[in-house]
Each structure stands twice: as C-alpha cells, then as structure tokens.
Ligand binder design. Structure first.
Ligand code: ADP
Ligand code: MG
Length: 699
C-alpha cells in the first residue's frame, strides 16, 4: 500500500460503512438498517436479502472472492471460515452469489470451541448470526461479517453476545435516568471505549530462535541484562527508523479498516510501544481491538519483526497492559461523564459518577476476575501495574465534590488555574483540575474512567461486559427509587448522599503501588484477590451469578461454563509453560552446558600437561561452578517433572488451578533461577538461544 495515499480517501475504504450503505442501498432499506443499528430495533425481514446483495457487489469490486462469518469464541481470539461466493450454473460456469440467509446465519461446528461443559461433543451444531451494529469489512480477498456465536439450543458460546446484552442493559437504565432529568429526546445511551494497546516489537530472527516465545508467548528463561529500563530513555523516546516504518504501515492498514489509530509512542521498557485509537462504541471498539492485535502481528511479519502481545514477555522490565477508557454517551452527543464547568452543581453528572463508583465498590471482585489470567498475574501488583485491589481515583476536585454531597456542605466553586511558566513568549493554558494518578486501577481522567488492570493480550470484551452490567445494575436501582419519588430533587440528594456514604471506602487518591495501601485497603475491607485461581474462585459467587442473571446477560449455567473455561485456560497455560521449560532445559540448555564444560575441562587438562607452574585455578573454579549448577539443573528439572505430574491427582478444575499456582509455578521459578545463573557463566557462543540483551536493544 502506498504510504502517501490520501488518508481521508484511505480511511474506511475497506468497510461497508454507512456511507457505502447510503450510496448502494435503496432508501427505505438503508433507513430500516439504520434504525436497527442506531436504535436496536429488530431487523426487518426483507432487509437482509437486499443488504447481502449490495455487500457482495461492493466486495467483488474490491477483489473479494469469499465471505466469512467472523466471531469471537471463548478462546479470546477471533474465528473465521471462508466460503467462496461461487455458485455453479448449468453451462459449467459459476456466478457469484450471496443470499440474505447466508448473511444472517452461519452454522460452524461448535464442538471444537471451548464451551465449559455446556456442550457435549456429539452435539456439534452451533450458529453464528449477523451483528448489524458492527460494519462488515474486507481483509485480503474475503468479506468479513461480524457475528455472534451460540449453540443449537441458544446457549451463548462467545464474547460478543453478552457484550451486546450488557450494552442493552446499560442503555435501558441510563435512558430511564435521563428521562427523569427531562431528556426525552435521548433514545439511546451507549458505552464508549478507547483501548490503549501496549506491545513489544523484536527481531523476527530472535523470535524464531526462542521456543518459549513461540510456544508460550513469553520468555521462560533469561538472565537480567546489564541494562534494563533504568535510564528512562525509551518512554516517549524518538521512534527509530524500522519501528517508525512498521508503525506507519500498521496505521495505513488500520485506517483502511476504519480504525482510527491516533497515538503511537515508545513505552517504558526497551522494545515496548503503544498504540491508541480514538474511542468508539464498545462493540466496535472490541472488534477493532481484535483487529489491531491481529494487524500488529501481521504487519510485524512483513517487516521481519515479531510483535509480542503477552502481558509479561520479559522479566526485569515492564510488561504490557491495555488501558480501557470508559464512558457513556447519548445519541444526542452528550458524554455522561463530562463534569462541565461546575461539577458540584451538575447533578446529572454526579449521579452517573456515583453510579460508576458504587458499581466498582459493589462488584470489585467481578472486575478483578475479568482481568485474571496466567499472563496478567505477572503484572498486577508488581510495581508496574495496579495491584489486585480495585479502587477508584477521583482527584481532589471530585473528591471534594463527593465530600460536599456526603456532608451536605457546599464546596467553593472551582476556579481555572492558569499555568505560569515565567517565559513571556510561551502560551498560557488552563491546567487540569487534578494531576494524573498513574497507579490507580480505576481512575477518573477528566471525562471518562480508565480501567488499567487489563492485560495486553486479552479481549476487552470480558471487562466491558462487567463494567456495562454493574453500572446498569446501579442505574436500575437508582431509577427504581427516583421514578417513585414525589420530589425528584430531594430524593436525588438523599440517594447520592447514601451512595457516597456507603461507597467512599473504594475511593483512594494515593499511591496504589505502595505497601501501605495494601494494608490500608485491608483495613477498609476491600478484597485483594492476588492470583488468578483466587480470583476465579469468586466467579460463580451468588452475588455475581444473580447480577448477570438479573440483567439477562448470563444464565447460571453459562456462568458455570465460563468459570470452567477460564480455569481450563489457566491450567493449560501453566502446563504449556512448564512443558516448554522442561523441553528447553533438557534439550537446549543442558547440552550447551555439557559442551561448554567439556571445552573448559579440555583446556584444564591441556594446561595441566604443561606443568605445575601453570595456574589452572580459573578453569578449575569454572568447571566446579558449571558442574554444581548443572547438577542443580537436573534436580530442578526432575522436581518440576514430578510436580507437574501431580496435577492429575487434583479432583476439580479449581483444585488443579490452585495446584498449578501454588506448586507448579514455584518449581518453574526454581528451574529458571538455576538456568539463568548458568546463562551468566556459559560462553556466549555456546548459549543456545538469544539473551535479553540480544533481543531488547537491537531493533
Ligand atoms: P493516556 O495515555 O494519557 O491515558 P491516550 O490519549 O493515550 O491517554 O488515550 C486515551 C484514550 O481514551 C484514547 O483512546 C481516547 O480516544 C479515549 N477516550 C477519550 N474520550 C473517551 C470517552 N468519552 N470514552 C471512551 N474513551 C475515551
Ligand atoms: Mg492511559
């Protein structure tokens, strides 16, 4: 793709968006589809047939030969199966066809996707169904149709259906609230998400030489390099040529898919970068984030690079996360978390603010669960990401506003503060009411909340299903009370006051990375679910099951199945990592140590033959150290193998997960320590794979 192509022509050029629809669909069909997209009204019957045909013609013009239903099963990545548009004719030729039925419904085999016991393998049938609220697009020679995925009997098997349901729940109750504020023109409220994506970019050659990166996404061995991120030169540092070329290429690809990739910069760790798109409605943002992750890897390949999306590809430097910026917006264009000039007087804003705070307070375990994964366990609480304790940062101004609600005493009106830099030629600007707090897991940042606990690798769907649902739940309670009130204003004041009093413990503006906060949070009674197994154990608590059932997001059976799927994913991840370590230790590290030791021993023998006057202490010491460590290595290998074999004696998935966490991971750590100590004394040319230094500093 030529880099200088006019960006506004390029943008969305591969998307069947409303502009294309307006041009290519009959007026009444377009109007009807728009109603479905904008107001959640059911799709009218004849619409699909016409849309399918227009979509096909458009896709053929852009070189497509196939179409696919594109869905998001519980694997956390996307799934697709391509079908050609071809249909044979009697004269031995084909015509290109695509029917309304094919647009609306697909029938992939459901038995090979995770279902957490919801499906027996013999019950294979699954359905995909068109999601008209997310645009179809072209990738390569295929038309991609965003769809949901469910089983023959209607159980949800994907990450999109519940997301759409949660958006609907939020919409229902937010619109009820806005009616009470006299906003009858508001027909729809959507949650909006901007997901900042962190990633590492390394040389493809290096990647190919590391089985651990290929099989588990992260390095399972690797001694501390002489230099890490301590010089603080990488963050926002100048973007080097190859990386810049990669980023430019990536932006072009994303723009053509209508993804508004906006910000690109170097991150804290060496070889680490970030991309942030402009926010979109949650459904679209979720689809887009999947495409962003996919194209990050695809484009890297083209540039002889490898993109690592794992939460912790390297020890000793920061891992990667995903900041999930959340707000709610009306079809009339109002951001419901926009405080305006004087937030203290802005009751509608305060209501939505309190609703989010209350939601986080009440369901902090569920929020924590949505970011629990084997990869993310390396980050949360490790002084580079928020701790596993969920709290809310508000900043001084809003904390004062809440105080005023709680006490009923007014606060002085906020005045704009002007930045004075002491240089006349520099422009004056108004400074934000509060400084940023980079350590908070759930921070108010001006006109949105930023949930910062997500791992870089995960779908943003799970966290947003929960955020939408818990906020909807609180808004429902508020609406139930306020709709019945005789006097709206006094009822609202009382409601907000009660909410602030009940939930203020979740607000924390200090340093979330500090040990004092861990103690303070315990005193406040905030949950601290440190590991994935610990967090998942709460997944199907009565409170959580009832919550999702109440809003028709998940049935109790679907909750059970998801609990099972997440546990399995954790257990399998640790198992793959442990097996990869064993493979590397036995087949690469140990042989390298043997070969090197032999060379040192040969030297030692040769020197000894030269007579007693020759000092052989260096070789002797080295052989001694190598031998000691290789003995330790074998012991650690055996110990890990024995420990790993113990998994099968566990009597439940939860027990297996706990065992993996408490027994297998420490055995892996022991093996790593020994291997890393060997890396530090074995000659470079004998070491079987690239070291951290080789990988992190040369792109
Ligand atoms: P920072 O790195 O300082 O947190 P960025 O500018 O990199 O900020 O990212 C902020 C993200 O928040 C962007 O994706 C932006 O589009 C998104 N955002 C801004 N306003 C909203 C909103 N109302 N709803 C959701 N996301 C938003
Ligand atoms: Mg951020």
């Amino acid at each position: 793709m030529p880099i200088n192509e006019n960006v506004s022509d390029l943008f969305g050029s591969k998307v069947f968006n409303s502009g294309v629809m307006r041009k290519r669909l009959p007026k009444h069909i377009y109007a009807s589809l728009l109603k479905t997209m904008k107001e959640d009204l059911p799709l009218e019957e004849n619409v699909a047939e016409v849309v399918a045909n227009a979509m096909k013609d458009w896709a053929l013009e852009l070189g497509a030969t196939h179409y696919t239903h594109w869905f998001q099963p519980m694997t956390g990545i996307t799934a697709e199966k391509h079908d050609a548009f071809i249909n044979p004719t009697e004269d031995g030729k084909v015509i290109m066809e695509f029917s309304g039925k094919e647009l609306i419904k697909g029938e992939p085999d459901a038995s090979s996707f995770p279902s957490g016991g919801l499906r027996a393998t013999f019950e294979a049938r699954g359905y995909t169904a068109w999601d008209p609220t997310s645009y179809a697009f072209i990738k390569g020679t295929t038309l991609y149709i965003p769809t949901i995925f469910c089983s023959y009997s209607g159980e949800v098997l994907d990450k999109k259906t519940p997301l759409l349901r949660s958006m609907q729940a939020l919409n229902t109750h937010a619109v009820r609230i806005l009616k009470l504020f006299g906003k009858d023109d508001v027909k729809k409220v959507t949650s909006t998400i901007g997901a900042e994506q962190e990633y590492f970019l390394i040389e493809r050659e290096m990647y190919k030489q590391r089985k651990d990166l290929i099989l588990s996404g992260r390095t399972l061995f690797g001694a501390k390099p002489p230099k890490g991120q301590e010089m603080e030169t990488h963050y926002f540092g100048k973007i080097r040529g190859r990386v810049a070329a990669y980023m430019a290429d990536l932006d072009q690809e994303l723009w053509s898919l209508g993804i508004a990739s906006k910000t690109r910069h170097n991150e804290v760790a060496p070889a680490q970068h970030e991309l942030a798109p402009i926010f979109a409605n949650t459904n679209i943002a979720t689809d887009n984030n999947q495409l962003i992750m996919e194209f990050m890897q695809r484009v890297a390949y083209r540039h002889d690079l490898a993109c690592l999306l794992h939460e912790k590809p390297f020890d000793f430097v920061n891992g990667s996360g995903k900041h999930n910026n959340f707000s709610m917006s009306t079809n009339t264009g109002e951001n419901l978390l926009e405080p305006g000039k004087n937030p203290v007087e802005n009751k509608q804003f305060l209501l939505f603010l309190c609703a989010v705070i209350e939601a986080v307070y009440k369901y902090s375990e569920m929020l924590r669960i949505t970011v629990a994964s084997a990869g993310n366990d390396h980050r949360l609480g490790a002084n580079e990401a928020p701790p596993a304790i969920v709290s809310v940062f508000l900043g001084e101004q809003l904390t004062a506003a809440l105080k005023s609600i709680e006490t009923g005493k007014p606060v002085s009106e906020a005045k704009d503060l002007v930045m004075e830099l002491g240089v006349n030629s520099l422009p004056k600007f108004i400074i934000d009411a509060t400084d940023r707090n980079r350590t908070s897991p759930f921070a108010f940042t001006g006109n949105k909340f930023e949930f910062r606990m997500l791992g870089s690798n995960q779908s943003i769907s799970g966290p947003n299903i929960t955020i939408n649902t818990i906020v909807a739940d609180v808004l429902k309670d508020y609406a139930d009370i306020l709709e019945k009130a005789d006097n709206f204003d006094t009822a609202l004041d009382t409601l907000l006051q009660n909410s602030v009093k009940a939930c203020k413990n979740v607000v924390f503006n200090g340093n979330n990375y500090s040990d004092e906060w861990v103690e303070e949070a315990a005193r406040r009674g905030l949950p601290n679910l440190k590991t994935t197994p610990e967090a998942l154990a709460e997944f199907t608590s009565e409170k959580n099951v009832k919550l999702f059932e109440r809003h028709n997001i998940f049935t109790p059976a679907e909750m059970d199945s998801r609990y099972e799927i997440h546990l399995e994913e954790y257990i399998k991840t640790i198992n793959i990592e442990a097996l990869t370590m064993l493979n590397l230790a036995k087949r690469e590290i140990s042989p390298a140590v043997v070969t090197y030791t032999k060379e040192v021993v040969d030297t030692l023998i040769a020197k000894k033959a030269c007579g007693d006057a020759i000092d052989i202490s260096a070789e002797a010491t080295l052989v001694e150290r190598l031998s000691k460590l290789s003995g330790d290595l074998i012991k650690a290998i055996d110990a890990l193998e024995t420990t790993l074999a113990g998994v099968k004696d566990c009597d439940s998935a939860q027990a297996e997960a706990n065992y993996s966490c408490e027994k297998v991971i420490p055995a892996m750590e022991t093996l790593r320590v020994v291997a890393d100590a060997l890396e530090e004394i074995v000659a470079e040319k004998y070491w079987p794979f690239p070291t951290y230094e080789d990988i992190l500093f040369y792109v």
